[in-house]
Every structure is written in structure tokens, then in C-alpha cells.
Design a protein around this ligand. Structure first.
Ligand code: NDP
Length: 326
């Protein structure tokens, strides 16, 4: 065995609501979990301003605050939370090998993957500026649409997500302008028809974003251009929603785990199990449908319980927790 090899019962990769919930359950089950936070400690919620739809916070909470609370809750039960980035895995044997920051090698009885997904953005400086300021750029209508009630917003994208989110926003906002870069939708016909027939959604085809406009603090509008005529015009808006897809953070697992065509990990239905025994998945890394903090937390719990069962079945000497599930 190489030097520097640590052996852990339960390694959790990722520090969003899925990872921390898995850590809370695993720690309370005496599995002594070690959690590596990854590049963006706290995950996607750290770019969300106010979280109002997570049960238990009647007055809402900011995304970063909620992640600190979750971390503290996991540490209260002695979960070992560490800085570090998983750079390589080897799931070919009975013991799963994971490398941190290219150097430290860890041998794991169980691994819980909670690496999440990243929303894609256009990459414009102005978009990134207001995203970081929490000033009106969002990639999640369900999370943030409520803040734009009775206001005018713009949404970019033409897939099923964009249609679903535009329709969701149309019920809250005065007007939704949808920017579609081609002359047709990518979305299924039924979803596209729904937005086409919604009165307060205006669809601009062949239209792309030139600049997100603002007053230095918040978004005030969007300058767009027609990619056929190059004509530009400005649309007043307080919210700029980007719905151009998500990328699951699963690249390092692709050699060993079954992924769908977009890269989401395929779990066994109704469980957190992957195709490799002892490797479990929770949160957005396996979910392109719901993508909510609460669903991620729920699957984090499932992964810890599945891992505990796996350990208990594998090694009768493993000290199973007093937590109750049969
Ligand atoms: P998709 O990849 O399906 O669509 C992305 C959309 O964003 C495309 O219309 C694309 O344009 C557009 N886009 C990409 N980059 C840019 C850019 N730089 N500027 C402007 N527009 C851009 O992603 P979705 O998230 O919509 O869907 C992912 C998967 O999830 C799909 O399989 C979808 O069917 C599924 N889904 C199903 C739902 C349901 O059934 N209820 C709900 C949501 C998602 P272009 O078309 O020109 O490439």
C-alpha cells in the first residue's frame, strides 16, 4: 500500500445540501464520514441570494448562510469536513480509491457522490457581475422567480427547461420576454406551444443577449440583438434568467459509473445506488428533473441510509447506529 493512504468508512464528495445531509445522517449513524467540500464549498446555493422554499425557515435564509448552518449541523455530530478537490477515482475493486488534489489517496468502504450540477451561463461580463452581486441574474426560476412578482423579466433559452421556467415566471411576473437564438424551439412541441399561447410571454426568435444592463447594483434591462439583421434594442427588466442547460459534475466518474447521455449518474430507481456496489449518488448529480435544495437533501439522507445498510451487510462487526430504519 502506498504511503499516505487513509482508510475511511464513508467518503462524501461535495458540500451542497445533498452532501451535508448525507454527512449529518452518516455521522449520527456512527459511520465517521469524511466530506470533501470541492471547488465551490456550499455548492450552487452559494450563488442564490434568498432561499424561501426550504421548510423550516419561515423568514427565509440566504443560500450561503444555509450552507454554513448545514455544515455546523454535520460538524456537531463530528462529521470530518475538509477542504479539497477529488481529482481521480478508481472504483474497479472492492475498496474504492479516491485521490484528493492529485496527491492524497484515500481508500473507502463507501462513497457518496454529491458533486451536483452547474448551471450554464452565457459568460458575458455583465451577466457574471450581476450574478455575483445577487442583483437580478438567476439560473433558477423556481428559486428566485418570487422576487420578481409583478415585474418584467427576460429569460434566455429554448429547451424544455426554458419553456417550463418561462411559464412558471409568467404566473408571477407582469411580462416575460423569452430570447431564442434560432428561429425555432428545441423544446418539445407541447412545452413550446404552452409558452406560445401564454399571453404575457413575448418570444423573440433569432435574438441573443448583447449586454445585461444595470445601475451598478441591480439589473435594469437587457440589450439584445437580432442575429439575422444585427439590429439592437433594449428591453426593460429587473430579472435576467438563464435557462440554457446544466452540466452535472460527474466527469471523473465516467469510467466506472453508468451515466445518461448528458452525464447524469444513473441510480437504481427508488434508491441512491449506482451500478458499483458501495458507491451511492445524491442530489443534482443524478437529478435533471427536480434540482431543488430540498430534493437534494432528501436524496442525501437516502444515500447515507443506503451506505449504512451496505456496510452493515458487508461487515457484521461494523458498528451500526442506533438510528431507526429497518
Ligand atoms: P437543453 O440542452 O435541452 O436546451 C438548452 C437550450 O438553451 C437550447 O434551446 C439552446 O439553444 C439554448 N442555448 C444554449 N446555449 C445558448 C446560448 N449561449 N445562448 C442562447 N441560447 C443557448 O437543456 P434543458 O435544460 O432545457 O433540458 C435538459 C434536458 O432535460 C432535456 O432532455 C429536456 O427535455 C429535459 N427536461 C424535461 C422537462 C420536462 O419534461 N418537464 C423539463 C426540463 C428539462 P439551441 O436550441 O439553439 O441549441
Amino acid at each position: 500500500m502506498a504511503q499516505n493512504v487513509e482508510k475511511v468508512n464513508c467518503l462524501i464528495i461535495g458540500s451542497g445540501p445533498a452532501g451535508y445531509t448525507a454527512a449529518i445522517y452518516a455521522a449520527r449513524a456512527n459511520m465517521k464520514p469524511v466530506l470533501y467540500q470541492g471547488m465551490q464549498p456550499g455548492g450552487q446555493l452559494t450563488t442564490t441570494n434568498e432561499v424561501e422554499n426550504f421548510p423550516g425557515y419561515p423568514n427565509g435564509i440566504t443560500g450561503p448562510e444555509m450552507m454554513i448552518e448545514l455544515q455546523k449541523q454535520a460538524q456537531r455530530f463530528d462529521a470530518d469536513i475538509r477542504d479539497g478537490w477529488v481529482t481521480k477515482v478508481d472504483f474497479s475493486g472492492g475498496i474504492h480509491k479516491v485521490w484528493i488534489n492529485e496527491t492524497t489517496e484515500i481508500h473507502c468502504e463507501t462513497v457518496i457522490i454529491s458533486t451536483g450540477a452547474s448551471a450554464k451561463y452565457l459568460g458575458l461580463d455583465s451577466e457574471q457581475k450581476y450574478l455575483k452581486l445577487g442583483g437580478g441574474v438567476s439560473a433558477c426560476a423556481v428559486c428566485d422567480g418570487f422576487f420578481y412578482r409583478n415585474q418584467e423579466v427576460v429569460i434566455v433559452g429554448a429547451g424544455d427547461s426554458a419553456c417550463e421556467e418561462a411559464h412558471y415566471l409568467s404566473k408571477l411576473c407582469k411580462k416575460v420576454t423569452m430570447l431564442v437564438r434560432r428561429d425555432e424551439f428545441r423544446a418539445s412541441k407541447i412545452m413550446a406551444d404552452r409558452v406560445k399561447h401564454t399571453e404575457n410571454i413575448e418570444i423573440l426568435f433569432n435574438t441573443e443577449t448583447d449586454e445585461v444592463l444595470g445601475d451598478g447594483q441591480v439589473v435594469t434591462g437587457v440589450r439584445v440583438f437580432n442575429n439575422k439583421t444585427n439590429e439592437k434594442h433594449e428591453i426593460p427588466a429587473t430579472g435576467f434568467f438563464v435557462a440554457i442547460g446544466h452540466k452535472p459534475n460527474t466527469n471523473i466518474f465516467k469510467e466506472y459509473l453508468e451515466l445518461d447521455e448528458t452525464g447524469y449518474i444513473i441510480n437504481k430507481p427508488g434508491t441512491s445506488k449506482t451500478n458499483v456496489a458501495g458507491v451511492f449518488v445524491s442530489g443534482d448529480a443524478a437529478d435533471h428533473v427536480y434540482r431543488q435544495a430540498i430534493t437534494a437533501a432528501g436524496t442525501g439522507c437516502m444515500a447515507a441510509l443506503d451506505a449504512e445498510r451496505y456496510l452493515a451487510a458487508k461487515d457484521s462487526t461494523f458498528e451500526v447506529s442506533t438510528s431507526t430504519y429497518n
